[in-house]
Design a protein around this ligand. Structure first.
Ligand SMILES: [Zn+2]
Ligand SMILES: [Zn+2]
Length: 157
C-alpha cells in the first residue's frame, strides 16, 4: 500500500484512483446501471477528494446529465459522474469491504430474480474438480489489489 486513503483501479491496471474518504454506498437497480456494469445492479459509493493516480478513464455520456468512466484498455466500469462528488464502482476498490452498501435505489427496474439470488444453491469446489484444476492452471494478468510503481502485466496482453 502506498499513500493514505482508499485506492483502487481497473482490472488491467491502466487506470488507478484514490479517494480521501467515502460517502454513501448504494446499489442502483436502474436499467442504465444494469447495462453499464453488465450486471444486475450498479454498486456505487461517493468518493470524496478523488484523484486519478494512474491514467484517466474514458467517458461515455449515458444521458444529458451523467457521464460514466471506464478503462479504455480493459473495459472495467469505474465511475458515475453527475456534477457532484463522483461515485466509484465498489468492486473496483482494492478493498471493496470498505464500502458496504447501505441503501438500494431505483427499485422500479429491479430484476425479478434479484431477491432470490442469495438463496440459490451453492456448488462447492469439491463437486467440480475439473473447474478447480482449470483454476489452478490460471496465470492472472489482473492488477493486484494495491498500488504499484510499475505494472508489467499490461504488456502481457
Ligand atoms: Zn484497465
Ligand atoms: Zn443507476
Amino acid at each position: 500500500m502506498s499513500g493514505a486513503g482508499l485506492s483502487g483501479g481497473c482490472q488491467c491496471g491502466a487506470v488507478r484512483f484514490r479517494a480521501a474518504r467515502l460517502g454513501c454506498a448504494s446499489i442502483c437497480h436502474c436499467r442504465m446501471c444494469q447495462k453499464a456494469f453488465g450486471g444486475f445492479f450498479g454498486p456505487l459509493v461517493t468518493a470524496h477528494d478523488l484523484q486519478w493516480t494512474r491514467g484517466q478513464p474514458k467517458y461515455f455520456a449515458s444521458s444529458n446529465k451523467v457521464r460514466r468512466g471506464f478503462c479504455a484498455d480493459c473495459g472495467t466500469p469505474l465511475s458515475y459522474e453527475y456534477g457532484g462528488a463522483p461515485e466509484i464502482a465498489i468492486g473496483a476498490f482494492d478493498n471493496p469491504e470498505a464500502a458496504a452498501p447501505v441503501i438500494q435505489v431505483n427499485p422500479a427496474d429491479k430484476l425479478s430474480f434479484f431477491d432470490g439470488i442469495c438463496s440459490l444453491p451453492v456448488r462447492l469446489p469439491a463437486e467440480q474438480p475439473e473447474a478447480e484444476a482449470f483454476k489452478a492452471s490460471i496465470v492472472s494478468f489482473q492488477h493486484p489489489d494495491h498500488d504499484t510503481s510499475e505494472w508489467p502485466g499490461r504488456a502481457k496482453r
